[in-house]
Design a protein around this ligand. Structure first.
Ligand code: ADP
Ligand code: ASP
Ligand code: MG
Length: 417
């Protein structure tokens, strides 16, 4: 291989391959990149809406379906797109071939439905690229230790792409989507959101993990670990083939590549959580362990927690769990009532978690107080709070999502001019 040939992984998400016209447009983009002299590997998602439909089929047939069969079903979406894009590329005279996870192979652990990548053998793809062929890889899928198809969790094609970029030692991983970069918040709810030229791995990781769906959390984790240069850009705008030094999208980079560090890099929201209040627990040592131990044993992830103690020897525990875990969490708490002796359980799934994220918080005080003041001025009640080194999150009623995110965006000086 000539060391001067740039190697790029191009990933296209669901809306970018939503129909045959979009697939033709994507093929055109890939052709341009090849003609610009790059070695290119492509990763595709299922056509928009397809994965949701397939997930729905499994749930409708059986809410407690076998996860191995779920993977067999949902992985088909990406198989269709990889074949279609290979055909569209061949139509344009580009030598292309589809690859499924097991053909690479992309090996994962056995956690069907949310598998983690164990290893990727890049040798076959590299020889195919060096022979002038464009591999079109079905994202989201791999092969487990039992030899069966696995999938990587919703949004997992991002992770396929980054992992592939690491395995192929690519110069860059370009994530093409329906917005032209990473913004200070979801541009679909805040029109004044500002596009970021660069964001640190750490901030992007935190934003993704608190709900910014633009990149799957694991893809950022992996990019950070493997030092993959990730760019997010639009598949809908037509420009010249991107070249280094003049990138149209947003780059995820190391902290030292960012000259001016804002206090807050971005704001995210998540509607995926539900609140549980366990009321009037006996206020004694070990009560938190008695509540949360059985939840952990049942694989229920608890996120935010507050404890408020009364004067009457009782205490209330309020916390959040994933909306999809709510029913399971309640049954676990009820089954464990003998050990906790609470008087009442209350639940609310009409809540949203709003988070502000920025590495600048390490050196600036006052980020949290600005958040509380801004929400108070809008009469928005904060129900639960949690913080980490570079993040403050609050739980509020979901009807205030847009209002809160917009107000905070303005309060932290993030609005576009
Ligand atoms: P794809 O199908 O290409 O994987 P996704 O829907 O998973 O696309 O991710 C893109 C979406 O992420 C955008 O349409 C946007 O609404 C949302 N989004 C949330 N937060 C952000 C952010 N901070 N910057 C850009 N997009 C964001
Ligand atoms: N098609 C899968 C999903 O919708 C994976 C992806 O698009 O990244 O979750
Ligand atoms: Mg996505």
């Amino acid at each position: 291989m000539s060391p001067t040939v740039p190697r790029i992984v191009m990933k296209f998400g669901g809306t970018s391959v939503a129909d045959l016209d979009r697939i033709r447009a994507v093929a055109e983009k890939v052709r341009k990149q090849v003609e610009a002299g790059c070695e290119v590997a492509v990763v595709v998602s299922a056509m928009s809406g397809v994965t949701n439909r397939l997930v729905g089929y499994c749930r409708d047939l059986s809410p407690q379906h076998d996860e191995r069969e779920y993977d067999t079903v949902v992985a088909t979406g990406e198989q269709v797109t990889s074949g279609l894009l290979a055909i569209a590329l061949q139509n344009l005279g580009v030598n292309a071939r589809s690859w499924l996870g097991w053909q690479i192979p992309l090996r994962t652990d056995d956690a069907h439905g949310k598998a983690r990548i164990a290893s990727i053998d890049g040798a076959n793809l590299i020889s195919s690229m060096q022979a002038g062929q464009v591999p079109v890889v079905a994202g989201f899928q791999g092969i487990g230790p039992d030899g069966r198809i696995t999938t990587l969790g919703r949004g997992g094609s991002d992770t396929s792409a980054v992992a592939l970029a690491a395995a192929l030692k690519a110069d860059r991983c370009d994530i093409y989507t329906d917005v032209d970069g990473i913004y200070t918040t979801d541009p679909r709810i805040v029109t004044k959101a500002r596009k970021l030229d660069k964001i640190t791995y750490e901030e992007m990781l935190e934003l993704a993990s608190v709900g910014a769906k633009v990149l799957q959390t694991r893809s950022v984790e992996l990019a950070m670990k493997e030092r993959v240069r990730v760019q997010v850009l639009s598949s809908f705008t037509d420009g010249p083939a991107p070249s280094e030094g003049h990138l149209p999208g947003s780059l995820v980079v190391d902290e030292d590549e960012i000259v001016e560090q804002e206090q807050v890099a971005g704001i995210a929201y998540s509607r995926d959580e539900a609140k549980i209040s366990v009321r009037q627990l006996p206020d004694r040592p070990g009560i938190a362990a008695a509540v949360f131990g059985p939840l952990a044993d049942a694989n229920v992830n608890v996120d935010m927690i507050v404890q408020s103690t009364g004067d009457d020897g009782t205490t209330n525990m309020t916390f959040t769990v994933g909306k999809t875990d709510l029913t399971r969490a309640i049954s676990v708490l009820e089954a464990n009532h003998g050990a906790t002796r609470y008087t009442e359980l209350q639940t609310d799934d009409d809540v949203v978690k709003i988070s502000v994220v920025g590495v600048g918080m390490r050196s600036h005080a006052g980020v949290a107080s600005t958040m509380f003041r801004t929400l108070a001025e809008r009469n928005i009640n904060v129900q639960v709070i949690s913080t980490s080194e570079i993040k403050v999150s609050v739980l509020i009623a979901s009807e205030y999502t847009e209002l809160a995110v917009r107000a905070l965006h303005t309060a932290y000086g993030l609005d576009a001019a």
